[in-house]
Design a protein around this ligand. Sequence first.
Ligand SMILES: [Zn+2]
Length: 153
Amino acid sequence: MRKSGAAAGFVRKHTGVALARLWRSLALRCPHCGAPGVTRRWVEVRASCPRCGLRLDRGEPDHWLGAVLFNLIAAELLFGAGVLAVLMLTWPNPPWDGLLWGGIPVLVAFAILTYPVTKLLWLGFDLMFRPPTPGDFAPPVPPSPGPAPGEPG
Ligand SMILES: [Zn+2]
């Protein structure tokens, strides 16, 4: 009985951590510490977190393949839900040409717009299975204040 209580506590603790990482990633924050400012412009994720110093690519050149996978899955799920909704609303005469030619730009736009989120989601997912080690942290770098007034941006 005591073991199941400890197991339940372990599961509860790690579920909470996983949900916190998911939420932080969706909010474009560091999945590890929750700090904002881990993205630059829209599609670029910084090299490391400005607060905790976690290297956001984990120092691996192929780390973002998982983010691409998450991005494709999310885009396909959205497209499938959209096609299903259009079919349900327009049956028995669905606009097949509209679905085909309208779906392509929607898929491309969705993939681009959600790329930073899926990058951070992948990092949060990866951190669940490979918790950060001291080697995953770089010295914190504060976000740049941007160009000074009068400087070209
Ligand atoms: Zn952080």
